[in-house]
Each structure stands twice: as structure tokens, then as C-alpha cells.
Design a binder for this molecule. Sequence first.
Ligand code: GDP
Length: 196
Amino acid sequence: MDVHNVSLTISAVAPKQYPTTGYPELAFVGRSNVGKSSFTNTLINRKSFARTSSQPGKTQTLNFYNVEDQVYFVDVPGYGYAKVSRTEREKWGQMIETYLTDRTQLRGVVSLVDARHAPSEDDINMYNWLSYYDIPILVVATKADKIARGKWNKAESIIKKALEFNDANSDFLMFSAVTKDGKAEAWDWIEARMAE
Ligand code: GDP
């Protein structure tokens, strides 16, 4: 998609605030600092639109970005916040779970992991959970420019093995916000989900 117009429709703290326009939605998940904002900004051709590095401890919101009046990118703030209280985290987890399981507009989830490391326990839990609910998943391995191309296959197999990657409901790609590798493939995946 050739993107020119993007706006933040709402930073929602409760379901009643979610948009009612009915556009398809793609949710982006990953731990903070994984490169989620950079990924989003790359897709929408902006340098700094989506917030970079949302701060731990801040009010956590589901951010709905309207892209060209055709699709919402839903930024799900990074999991693995140590600084929020357990009650807060449980409340937050509940809101995300409800969104991911009940939202009829949701067409798929982009799950971001760091290409340089094996997925964290949170990454694995999220992947298992999404698989269980049969939600189409695109695993995006970020910061691919930080590893030599000759090692990309190795990185991919480490990640897939740890996730017990299932080709039936998941796709995988290496991505770099620096070189834009993976950008076209990410859009292909998103557009395919939008058309479903
Ligand atoms: P977020 O917290 O998941 O939204 O992560 P950010 O997008 O803010 O990225 C965290 C840090 O990683 C920042 O310093 C980015 O510049 C850096 N970063 C993100 N993506 C890439 C990438 O593809 N390549 C490189 N080299 N650095 C990246």
C-alpha cells in the first residue's frame, strides 16, 4: 500500500473507546525496545510517527492508527514491564486478551522478536497463545541488519525452533528498519489479511 495518510484515532483504555468504523485491524505485539515503533514507522513511511520506546510504568493503551481509511494498525504496548504492579499487569493482560480474542475486525497479529536472540519466554507464551486461538501470525525478526546475511537462516531456525513454529497459521520474515528489508513482504502479508 502506498501510504500517505495516517492518524492516531484513539489511545484506548477500554473497549467502548475502540473505533466503530469497521476497518480490518492488524495488531502489533512485542516486548518494549524490540523495534515495534521502527517497524510501524517503516511501513507507513514516517520517521517518527508511532512513539518510539514507550516508557515502562506509563498508562498502557491500545493505540489505533488509521492507515489510509483502509486499515487500523493496533499498537499493543510492550509486554514484560517489570515496573508495573501485578494487579495493573493482570488488568492490562485481561484487556489485551479480550481484544485479541473478541475483536471481530482483527485479521492477524504481527509478533516482533529480536533477530539476534532466541525468543524470550514472553515471546513464546504470546506465540502459543495466539496459535491456540487460531489467529494468523506474522513473526517479524527485527534488527536483521545487525547480523550478517550469511547468518539469517541460522537466526530464523533458532527462532522457529524455540517457538515450535507452525506453518499452518504463521509466516516469518527478517526485517530491518535501517535497510527496509522485509518491508514489502510485511505489506504483502498485511494486504492478504485485509482481503480475507
Ligand atoms: P519499541 O520500543 O519496540 O517501539 O522499539 P523502537 O522502535 O523504539 O526501537 C528500539 C531501539 O532499537 C531504537 O534505538 C531503534 O533505533 C533500534 N532499532 C529498531 N529497529 C531497528 C533496526 O531494524 N535496525 C537497527 N540497527 N536498530 C533498530
